[in-house]
Each structure stands twice: as structure tokens, then as C-alpha cells.
Ligand binder design. Structure first.
Ligand code: 13P
Length: 251
């Protein structure tokens, strides 16, 4: 199965309704003639019911930034994957480093969220990545593979081929410092080999692995041209129509 190319904009905790609408509608024009590309916008949860209209009839997909590991119940403040699905979300980030670091989310908890999302037919975008300290002490590969393994430990076998992965080195997020195309592609290959080892040839070869961390118009093309980079997860540059449109054009 051919791997899907995905360019996703993680808006993080930014944009009010009118700003979000202007951005989403501004992106629509650039989507013409990109039938082999999946463009996803990932707004704050409270914008999702509105964003359902913004993505209508243009092929753009809607994603969420986080969700509960349960479908319903006494979990005050959480967002149910069932509700996200009802509002048209087809993707949801899990394990973004900001969730792992600021909100102390564990590997196990992140794996449970992935499983719950799959049960609702929402594709989890599982984020993994190392800190600068871990890279400099050569612990980055163990860290990343541990994060991947923990998700497979929580997800039923039928779900193994239903996940998307995003390699986001923490030192590259919001810093303007992008991993080089060689550095990124090397880690993507290691991740793919590990998925093949755990889940088999077909799941590994068909898994889309995105790169995130200061992706921008100036480096999008060279990153997308790498053998194992199947798309981009964009933060800051996804908040401006011109920048995100240029990134889309790079495909
Ligand atoms: P930046 O593109 O702002 O570095 O953010 C990357 C990111 O965290 C996307 O999830």
C-alpha cells in the first residue's frame, strides 16, 4: 500500500474563531490540484465544531490536539474521542512533547489514547522525539523506540497499521533550528524498521511518518523529498496563510 503524504498544521493554543476561519478559508485555494496530499488542520478543541464548516467541501481534514483515553464518564475537563468524531475529526495528536513534558503524560497513557482513538475510527498521530540532552548523550534512539514500543503495547493488533507517527525532536520545536534532512530521514528509517520488527513488513512500509520541528517554507521541499519522510507536522508556520500555503505547494 502506498504511503499517504500528510501535511498537518498544529495550531496549538492559538487563534480565536475569526482568525481560525480566515486562515482555514485562505488555505483552500492552495488545495486545488493536490489530490495525493492530505492537508489537516489541528485547532484548539473549542474551535472544532466551527472548524467542521471551514474544512467542508475542500478535502481538508480536521484533527484534534489531544483527547481522553476513555470514551465517556467522570473525567472532568477531558475531551472524548467520541465527541471529536461527532464533530468530524479524522485525526488526533497523541503524545506531543508539550503534553509529555508539561502535563506529565506517560508512554502508557499515550498508548491508551491511541487505542481509544482507533476504536472511534480516528487516526492517532503519535508524536515521539528526544531532548537536546538525550541527543547529545546518544540516548535519543532508545528514547524514541521506547516511545513507539509503548504505543504498540497498548494498541490491539488490528490497530497496528492504523497509526501515523511524527518525529519531532524537542530541540527543534519552536526554536527555528530544524533537524537536517539527513538527521530526520535517519530517524524515520530507524522508526520504520522498528515498526516492521514489531508489527510486520506491511504495517511498517505503509506507515506514514511525519517530521515536525521548525518546518517552514524554506525547508519543506528538501524534507519532503527524503525517502522516509512522508509529510510534515507544522507548528508556528501553520498559523500564517502564506507560509502554510507555501509548505503545501512544496509537495
Ligand atoms: P514548530 O513548527 O513551531 O517548531 O512546532 C512543531 C510542532 O510542535 C508541531 O506539532
Amino acid at each position: 500500500m502506498a504511503r499517504k503524504t500528510i501535511i498537518a498544521g498544529n495550531w496549538k493554543m492559538n487563534l480565536l474563531p475569526l482568525q481560525g476561519e480566515e486562515l482555514a478559508l485562505g488555505l483552500k485555494e492552495g488545495l486545488v490540484n493536490k489530490p495525493n496530499l492530505e492537508v489537516v488542520i489541528i485547532p484548539q478543541t473549542a474551535l472544532i465544531p466551527l472548524a467542521q464548516d471551514w474544512v467542508m467541501d475542500c478535502g481538508m481534514q480536521l484533527g484534534a490536539q489531544n483527547c481522553s483515553n476513555n470514551l465517556s464518564g467522570a473525567y472532568t475537563g477531558e475531551n472524548s474521542p467520541e465527541l471529536l468524531r461527532a464533530f468530524g475529526c479524522t485525526y488526533c495528536l497523541v503524545g506531543h512533547s508539550e503534553r509529555r513534558e508539561i502535563f506529565n503524560e506517560s508512554n502508557e497513557f499515550i498508548g491508551q489514547k491511541a487505542q481509544t482513538l482507533i476504536s472511534m475510527n480516528i487516526t492517532p498521530i503519535v508524536c515521539v522525539g528526544e531532548s537536546l540532552e538525550e541527543r547529545e548523550s546518544n540516548k535519543h534512539i532508545d528514547k524514541i523506540l521506547g516511545q513507539i514500543q509503548a504505543v504498540f503495547d497498548q494498541v490491539d493488533q488490528e490497530g497496528w497499521s492504523k497509526m501515523v507517527f511524527a518525529y519531532e525532536p524537542i530541540w527543534a520545536i519552536g526554536t527555528g533550528k530544524t533537524a537536517s534532512k539527513e538527521q530526520a530521514n535517519e530517524i524515520h528509517q530507524i522508526i520504520r524498521q522498528h515498526i516492521i520488527k514489531i508489527a510486520g513488513e506491511s504495517a511498517g512500509k505503509s506507515a506514514s511518518i511525519l517530521y515536525g520541528g521548525s518546518a517552514k517554507p524554506g525547508n519543506a521541499k528538501e524534507l519532503l523529498n527524503q525517502s522516509d519522510i512522508d509529510g510534515l507536522l507544522v507548528g508556528g508556520a501553520s498559523l500564517k496563510v502564506e507560509d502554510f500555503s507555501k509548505i503545501i505547494e512544496a509537495f
